[in-house]
Design a protein. Structure first.
Length: 200
């Protein structure tokens, strides 16, 4: 159960300009944002950063896979479910999502994918394990602007992972169902983000 409950949407009609674009992109409204709505300036800042981090020339699919690897390395099951769901909406094949942790060896991933996912993995660990070699490999496939885009997603999820894992934010039905189907095979479960509607 969430340690700080989300506000009912109808209590924050003044935040629709920040909430609606997220709902359109994700197909549902995350409880994490409705929790942040208790301090609208935090909600608006995070929503703005999330929109900016998703712009650019790196594919939306790869960005969501980067977010999934970073969230898995950080241990946030809430964000794992969300990023798996987002990756599906961005066009990622279910098998590619399910095998994301086999990025080093699976033929479903290119060398460019591997470089980005390796950075996501290394940068999300505590202490940080990113190396100069990671950036040498990244520069074989991405320019500095694209590296900034990839790093923005990793850093955004650094915040979201801490937020949701610490607050035990309740997962919404859509990402739970997708995560069970796609990454459940790899051992994902809702853990503390389970709601009473999910059963025992």
């Amino acid at each position: 159960m969430a340690r700080v409950p989300p506000l009912p949407r109808e209590e924050v009609p003044e935040l629709e300009d920040a909430l609606s674009p997220v709902e359109q992109r994700m197909g549902f409204l995350p409880n994490s944002l409705l929790t942040m709505a208790r301090r609208p300036e935090i909600l608006r800042a995070v929503s703005s950063l999330a929109q900016a981090a998703r712009r650019g020339t790196v594919s939306p699919e790869l960005k969501e896979l980067v977010a999934l690897v970073a969230s898995t390395a950080a241990g946030c099951r809430y964000c794992q479910a969300h990023t798996a769901s987002n990756a599906t909406r961005a066009g990622a094949d279910a098998e590619r999502i399910a095998q994301v942790w086999s990025y080093e060896t699976s033929d479903l991933f290119s060398d460019a994918d591997r470089a980005a996912l390796r950075l996501a993995h290394h940068a999300a660990l505590v202490p940080n394990q990113a190396t100069d070699e990671d950036f040498v490999e990244l520069r074989c496939h991405f320019d500095d602007g694209e590296i900034v885009e990839i790093m923005a997603i990793i850093a955004l999820f650094g915040f979201l992972n801490r937020w949701n894992d610490t607050l035990a934010t309740d997962l919404e039905p859509r990402p739970v169902a997708l995560a069970n189907d796609v990454i459940g095979k790899a051992g994902w479960e809702p853990g503390k983000h389970r709601t009473s509607a999910d059963g025992p």
